[in-house]
Design a protein around this ligand. Structure first.
Ligand SMILES: [Zn+2]
Length: 882
């Protein structure tokens, strides 16, 4: 048996200490490590936790150590990368996981090369798309600890397959990433450590190789490790055992295992079982305010900033990857597993807020500059009126409602398209403003300048990725062809459904496409939470309050021919607190406002819920009774959907078998969850609400978590997580989420399953409304050359989606990343590109490097791309060369 001793550290960049508090230790740790490796040639290698951010954090303080680090990396003694930061795998978007590796590789390349192993020692469960993301960077091996059990495999090594057919040789660490952390100068103790590992792991190995991970959280290198190896070798050879010990590298371990890999099992999918170690299955509900900001910032970069800046670049303007990547870095820093799972102290979470603000400030400034430059390149026809530029960044032809605010001299106006057709609109809000109030007065008073600030909604139809100009003509009278109101006698009516608001505030929806009636939609449920930042857990005796018998105030906010909105206000008495045993007798009034909005030409029912939270340690969810018989459901994960069980048998035996935590159908999600029986179905879309639970397995009720408050980082002996505490017993008042919180979600009833109904595309339309901007004037010199409408790239297959549109990292071309948003194969898909802007299209990998031999899959003719044999959930990257 060859024992591969991996000397490493696990560096949580922030957690129960802040980044700067840990950084003080990081600097000392790195100083000592460099000194140790330089002075001890026998110390053959040290692994720097798979994340390159520690180098940035260190070198900002000690830039003079850069050369020493480069030398050690190039000698193969300091192993860095592949990630920028050790991520959580479920909350970040798929695009974020890619950028994490992309930036991690870039930083690694500054020093040498990245360790080509998907090292994920501490992430709270493993997401199904990790193999595909790793393979996209040429990474063929992965290592993780949490989430897998003997129910999946009794071996440590296996092939982990992605849904698209990608695969990584994977090893999991049944005893964690510190199974040899106790090695010391004491031989007797060391022999105990080795024997314990042999006892536990020998039966699980698939080759005569065993991993001994010598390192732990924020821990320095063990200086005596070379001598410890010698001593162990001497000891066991003296006993005649065929054991060898050496300071090794993960790559060497994988090379050895790969030699005997023909007998390895293949597994696929996600691993989220907390049997032998905790995965914190309900972790996605903590600090939903921060989770929402995370969603917004990701979407700002992915679906607004980068595509709009790319369009501007195609019209001849600048695109600076470096500043945009700096914004990405602030976002990714928040994707560290402890950070985005929000199991930190309040100070740490406040610093996350600040990083999101940095990322937003960069994005808004760069986007505003890109827009100004783009506008300067467009030939508008001012005779038609004031231009109103509308962007489509999703790639499909879209015909959606656009909400925008315009400023006009007249309250009366019409909107036309480029052909002069009058476009119906509905006014949401009008106010008169004096622009002088917004200017600085120097010495004398400025002249008053009154304008109408008008928020409007109208339907815009835009071909693929691109923009289109509408024109506003002032002083003309507008009348909508359709005058029928969307909300009539307590019921929203459009061409897709009728949605009635019941007296308890819930919705009853009749879907015309299937003649199905869904009732009890959006019933609110409030219950106790005795859990902590890591897990929701009910008190031993819970009191569950719902709005089923509530009598809310219901009022119409907007009602017109294009859309209507109704406000429902629940005032509920709820217990002021909850401990591990029960909810308190004392009660407090809590107000929940729900705004329900329906657009005439869209098949969604949009809901915004505003919770004025006055109490601690409780959870609020929105329940959706599907009434559909189905044993499984589908959820949106990174790059498409995943099918999951409604009922998990482990619910019956986890406690008996002493699992670390309860395993039940509470799941993470990206943009939607869908229940269908293939004839009819219902989808619940969300804007940054990453957790749902399936109740009532056979006829599922979807429970969407809206708010989950807790006042401690870690507590012990929870009903759902018995035994020791996770984290520290630190008070986290911010995690109680007192105050006002808004959340948005939407219902789509549909025919067939989620693929027949193009729910993936609709969820993108929901979370990424078309963006419109009023053009007041050109500011630049020179003559604008480009048309007032352009479609640079278009997707024709509704179940394909765009993940990214960006400038390539190494040259001035455009990367368009698309993916199969379903978990089914697709025989072919078409897309088109504008040959005025691009003259070549090639397939590249996630690292933006060309893939050879793609001729059989991809054909291109006259600006039409056809891709064949698309596997389920497959990501495809085009490089469009100018
Ligand atoms: Zn960690």
């Amino acid at each position: 048996m060859k024992f591969h001793v991996i000397s490493h550290t696990h560096w949580d960049r922030e957690w129960h200490q802040t980044y700067q508090q840990y950084r003080v230790r990081l600097v000392r740790f790195m100083d000592e490590l460099i000194e140790l490796l330089q002075s001890t040639p026998a110390y053959s290698s040290f692994m720097l936790d798979g994340q390159t951010i520690v180098l940035e954090d260190y070198l900002e303080v000690k830039p003079d150590k850069r050369e020493a680090i480069s030398k050690l990396v190039q000698e193969g003694r300091l192993l860095i990368g592949p990630w920028y930061i050790q991520p959580d795998e479920f909350i970040p978007s798929g695009e974020s996981l890619i950028r994490n590796l992309l930036i991690g590789q870039q930083i690694s390349n500054e020093y040498g090369t990245a360790m080509q192993i998907g090292y994920l020692p501490d992430s709270f469960g493993q997401a199904a798309q990790i193999p595909q993301v790793l393979n996209g960077f040429g990474i063929k091996s992965a290592l993780f600890w949490r989430g897998i059990t003997e129910e999946e495999t009794e071996k440590t090594d296996f092939y982990w397959n992605g849904p698209d057919g990608s695969k990584v040789l994977t090893t999991h660490l049944p005893l964690g990433y510190g199974n040899a952390r106790m090695l010391s100068s004491n031989l007797e103790e060391n022999v105990k450590v080795i024997e314990e590992n042999i006892n536990e792991l020998e039966k699980m190995t698939t080759s005569p190789n065993m991993l001994l991970m010598c390192g732990f959280d924020q821990r320095s290198a063990i200086k005596e490790l070379p001598e410890i190896m010698d001593e162990l070798n001497r000891h066991y050879s003296g006993q005649g055992a065929d054991y060898s010990f050496e300071i090794s590298k993960l790559m060497d371990y994988f090379d050895n295992v790969r030699n005997e890999a023909d007998k390895l099992e293949s597994l696929s999918g996600e691993f989220r079982k907390g049997k032998n170690m905790r995965v914190h299955v309900s972790i996605a509900s903590t600090r939903l305010d921060l989770k929402k900001v995370n969603f917004e910032v990701q979407n700002l970069y992915e679906k607004y900033l980068e595509p709009i800046n790319s369009m501007s670049m195609l019209l001849g303007n600048s695109y600076d990857n470096k500043i945009i990547n700096q914004g990405w870095k602030y976002t990714l820093q928040n994707h560290a597993h402890d950070s985005i799972c929000n199991v930190c102290k309040d100070e740490t979470h406040r610093e996350m807020e600040m990083r999101y603000q940095f990322a937003e400030q960069i994005a808004e400034t760069v986007q505003s500059e890109a827009l100004t430059e783009l506008i300067n390149q467009v030939k508008f026809d001012y005779d038609k009126g004031i231009p109103l530029l509308v962007f489509n960044t999703l790639g499909h032809m879209r015909d959606n409602i656009v909400e925008t605010t315009i400023q006009l001299k007249s309250e009366h106006f019409i909107i036309t398209d480029t052909e002069g057709n009058v476009i119906p609109y509905q006014v949401v809000e009008t106010k008169q403003e004096n622009l002088n109030d917004k200017r600085i007065e120097i010495g004398v008073k400025n002249e008053d300048q009154f304008v109408w600030t008008i928020k409007i909604m109208f339907f815009a139809e835009i071909e693929g990725l691109g923009y289109k100009t509408y024109y506003i003509k002032e002083n003309e009278t507008h009348s909508n062809k359709e005058s029928e109101l969307v909300f009539q006698e307590g019921v929203f009516i459009n061409e897709y459904f009728e949605a009635k608001i019941e007296s308890n505030g819930s919705l009853t929806v009749k879907d015309y496409s299937t003649d199905t009636v869904y009732d009890h939609l959006n019933v609110l449920e409030e219950s106790g939470n005795a859990g902590d930042e890591y897990d929701f857990s009910p008190p031993r005796e819970d009191v569950i309050i719902t709005t089923k018998n509530s009598s809310p105030d219901i009022s119409v906010v907007h009602n017109g021919p294009l859309f209507a909105e109704v406000k429902i206000v629940h005032t509920i008495d709820v217990p002021v607190n909850t401990d591990v045993n029960k909810r308190s007798k004392e009660q407090e009034i809590m107000t929940i406002e729900t705004f329900v909005k329906v657009n005439r030409h869209e098949d969604r029912i949009d809901i915004k819920t505003v919770i004025h939270n006055t109490v601690k340690n409780h959870r609020i969810r929105a329940l959706f009774n599907t009434g559909i018989k189905s044993k499984t459901h589908v959820a949106d994960q990174q790059f498409g959907t995943i099918c999951r069980e409604n009922y998990l048998p482990q619910v019956e035996y986890w406690e008996r078998d002493h699992w670390e935590e309860k395993y039940f159908p509470i799941y993470p999600q990206q943009k939607f969850v869908d229940v269908s029986d293939d004839k009819r179905g219902i989808s619940i879309l969300n804007k940054g609400l990453p957790q749902y639970e399936i109740l009532n397995g056979e006829e599922p009720v979807i429970a969407l978590t809206l708010l989950c408050g807790t006042d401690y980082m870690g507590k012990q002996d929870l009903v759902y997580r018995p035994g020791r505490r996770s984290g520290l017993h630190v008070e986290t008042p911010d995690s109680s989420l007192l105050g006002k919180h808004e959340m948005e979600y939407s219902i789509i009833p549909h025919k067939g399953n989620e693929m027949d109904a193009y729910v993936a595309m609709k969820s993108n339309e929901y979370i990424t409304p078309a963006f419109a901007v009023q053009v007041n004037s050109h500011s630049a010199d020179g003559v604008p050359r480009h048309s007032d409408q352009n479609s640079f790239f278009q997707l024709y297959e509704e179940n394909m989606a765009i993940s990214a549109v960006k400038k390539s990292e190494d040259d001035e071309n455009v990367i368009v990343r698309i993916y199969n948003a379903t978990n089914q194969e697709m025989s072919s898909a078409k897309a088109s590109f504008d040959t005025q802007f691009f003259n070549k299209v090639e397939l590249v990998d996630l690292n933006e490097k060309p893939i050879v031999n793609t001729n059989e899959r991809m054909s291109i003719s006259k600006g039409i791309i056809e891709i064949k044999n698309i596997t389920s959930n497959e990501i495809l990257n085009f490089k469009l060369t100018r």
